[in-house]
Design a protein around this ligand. Structure first.
Ligand code: FA5
Length: 347
């Protein structure tokens, strides 16, 4: 059989073989069989030396042409297989670039956090700095230093979660019932003038109802300077009310009693639900109390090393959930911490 015939046969077989190839591994097997050292093509090339000059020339040209064609066919097949792989991944549905993106659930700030931040902004705009204090507090700071000694009836107003009742008042631990201990903590370590606020959580072991929770967020306010009066306190709090509720809401400012201030006051806003007529949310009062306040008791100033003949101060403790209720029209404080997304998504 002439070399030329052999070459033609190799070509036909290689073409048929290549058509059967389905993947890279099969392609490699095909390459070794058709173009490898032991392939019929290589044997044919090696046998050229045995031919006469004319025949060798013709057969050599044909064999080299076939080699070039096979190389080319190999490359084309490799590309085709690559493209097919990409198409397969795409059509298998793993990536459909035409589909609209899945919406990412959007987070938002809790309404109490939003309100807390607005309160902080309102005070920072009036020149106050922000401090923080511990939620697990010594009984001394929560009560004694604020002129609320053991067995004083005022303690009953703030039913307390105790953590450790052993030892004396300097070692007894409780969950703070208000943010007022931070007045003492700050004054102990700083000289006047003072202008601070202290936001944070407080805890009271009491039954809940539409306007009472057992965990409440408060913001303590404390200013001490020469010549501060109740008028400054009133001005600061009315400015806050205007910022938070607008000019049209009614504000009630009246006397109240707290052991650590003299005189003491509280402030309320007319009930958003009944417009002041009285309902379940405002407990038939027509008003919702948002804060207690007053002039810092001179005895406390003196205990802190501030001369009460020179310095006076005012303090306030704001109920942030109550303020959030009034701003957003929430008729029951307990909604805030039930983690019901239908409620929370409205803010
Ligand atoms: C106090 O906690 C005082 N420390 C406030 C204070 C600070 C007075 C500085 C004078 C000077 P009171 O217990 O009234 O006071 O609470 C203050 C505010 O927190 C209340 O006006 C109310 O808005 C809110 N608050 C109190 N208890 C609850 C409760 N259980 N649930 C919801 N809000 C409450």
């Amino acid at each position: 059989m002439s070399v030329l015939t052999t070459i033609e046969e190799i070509r036909a077989k290689a073409r048929d073989g290549l058509a059967e190839v389905r993947n890279d591994a099969e392609l490699e097997t095909w390459r070794v069989a058709v173009m490898g050292r032991k392939s019929p093509l290589m044997s044919a090339l090696r046998s050229l030396g045995k031919l006469g000059p004319e025949e060798r020339k013709e057969a050599g040209r044909a064999a080299n042409l076939l080699k070039t064609q096979l190389d080319q066919a190999l490359e084309e097949k490799r590309e085709t297989l690559g493209r097919a792989r990409i198409e397969e991944t795409e059509t298998a549905g793993r990536i459909d670039v035409t589909l609209p993106a899945r919406p990412l659930p959007e987070g938002r700030l809790h309404p109490v956090t939003q309100t807390q931040r607005d309160i902080v902004d309102a005070f920072v705009a009036q020149g106050f700095s922000v401090i923080e204090g511990p939620e697990v507090e010594l009984e001394y700071y929560n009560f004694e230093a604020l002129r609320i000694p053991a067995d004083h009836p005022a303690r009953e107003l703030m039913d307390t979660f105790y953590i450790d009742r052993s030892g004396d008042t300097d070692s007894k631990l409780l969950l703070r019932t208000h943010t007022s201990p931070n007045q003492i903590r700050f004054m102990e370590n700083n000289d006047p003038p003072v202008r601070i606020i202290c936001p944070g959580r407080t805890y009271r072991n009491e039954a809940t109802d539409p306007s009472h929770e057992w965990m409440i967020t408060q913001t303590e306010v404390l200013a001490v300077d020469e010549g501060l009066t109740l008028a400054h306190l009133k001005g600061t709090l009315f400015e806050l009310a205007k910022r938070l509720f607008g000019r049209d809401r009614k504000v009630r400012f009246r006397c109240d009693f707290f052991r650590f201030v003299e005189p003491g006051v509280d402030m309320a806003i007319d009930c958003f639900l009944c417009g002041g007529k009285g309902c379940r949310t405002c407990k038939k009062e027509g008003w919702i109390e948002i804060l207690g306040a007053g002039m810092v008791h001179p005895e406390i100033l003196a205990n802190m090393g501030y001369d009460p003949d020179i310095y006076t101060g005012f303090a306030a403790g704001l109920g942030v959930e109550r303020i959030a209720m009034l701003r957003y029209g929430v008729d029951d404080i307990r909604h805030f911490y039930e983690n019901d997304l239908r409620f929370l998504r409205q803010f």
